[in-house]
Ligand binder design. Structure first.
Ligand code: NDP
Length: 295
């Protein structure tokens, strides 16, 4: 199929690599040299503008930091909307917000362009392995059209409900991820300071009831090793948690624990900067406590 992908960032790029193997792919990226390098390596057409990317495409995918970035991409003579074909399918893999997703869908509906919010989970490793979870919001007919495309990089592709449901699912998921990161930073630091061997502490935790995705995967691979790669910016996690806080407000739910985690993550983002990785708060906790979780 003629597929276009816009946003070759940390997660978008490996997703597009899978699409390039199966489809006639066009790519567009704000920083053009990234798109050029991708096009040369993966035999994809490089579009000069978002409009050019959408022209002739049966399916268009975006993966940008926020829904607002996607909405802005639609605008203007060179914008995506000007190029989108009548009847095309637009899959937004941004971890976005439901209100903006619904606005985008309503804007495109007169041209019979189907829209689904389809944020992904599984990290850059999951994207490289083609094993992401895709959380979809939209109607059944659009979902059914999206599934064969999403299968290029997705292992579990779930329709969660109407437009915006994928965004809501992703925002809550990532808030729980943030809670886990903060909780492990405090808990493991305490254990190491109490004299427990860090590796043994993590192994024991992972054979016990306090374990999680973070303790089983991220801590052994990135913290115990001291590797600290940057794969997902803390700024983006903070954005996701902000979306979840908006959801709680909208629903009139207090969510005291989640709100406290949101405050702590927001504060960590301000202290650590826009390029810091999402596990950097663990390192900050180590430094504050004068211990290292290594082994
Ligand atoms: P990055 O910051 O690595 O990349 C962002 C991408 O969006 C780049 O291609 C960037 O272009 C482009 N971009 C940024 N701002 C704009 C803009 N205003 N207009 C057009 N293009 C823009 O982010 P990620 O790839 O990590 O994340 C993308 C989305 O996926 C986010 O919503 C994130 O929350 C989500 N996500 C990320 C995961 C991860 O592990 N990294 C996991 C799951 C979801 P340029 O090259 O010019 O900077």
């Amino acid at each position: 199929m003629k597929v276009s992908f816009l946003g070759l960032g940390a997660i978008g790029r490996p997703m597009a690599v899978h699409l390039a193997k199966l489809h006639e792919l066009t790519v567009w990226n704000r920083t053009e040299e990234r798109a050029r390098a991708f096009g040369a390596k993966h035999q994809a057409r490089v579009a000069s503008t978002p409009r050019d990317a959408a022209s002739g495409a049966e399916v268009v995918l975006t993966c940008l930091p926020t829904s607002q970035d996607v909405e802005r991409l639609l605008e203007g003579d060179a914008g995506l909307e000007a190029g989108l074909e009548r009847g095309a399918l637009f899959i937004d893999c941004t971890s976005g917000d439901a209100a903006t997703s619904r606005r985008i869908a309503a804007r495109l509906a007169p041209k019979q362009i189907a829209f689904v919010d389809a944020p992904v989970s599984g990290g850059t490793n999951g994207a490289e392995a083609g094993a992401l979870t895709v959380m979809v919001g939209g109607d059944r007919a659009a979902f059914d059209r999206a599934v064969p495309i999403l299968q290029a990089f997705g292992k579990r592709i779930v329709l969660l409900g109407p437009l915006g449901s994928g965004d809501a699912m992703k925002a809550v998921n990532n808030t729980l991820l943030g809670v886990n990161i903060l909780a492990l930073a405090e808990g493991l630091t305490a254990l190491v300071k109490a004299g427990v061997n860090p590796k043994l502490a993590v192994e024991t935790l992972n054979a016990s009831s306090g374990r999680s995705f973070v303790s089983e995967g991220l801590i052994p691979d990135r913290v115990l090793t001291g590797a600290w790669p940057v794969t997902f910016r803390l700024a983006l996690l903070d954005k996701d948690v902000g979306i979840c806080m908006g959801l709680l407000d909208e629903l009139g739910l207090p969510g005291p624990l989640l709100h406290r985690a949101a405050e702590l993550l927001h504060e960590a983002r301000a202290a650590l900067g826009e390029q810091a990785d999402y596990l950097a708060p663990i390192r900050r906790e180590e430094q504050r406590s004068g211990v290292e979780i290594r082994g």
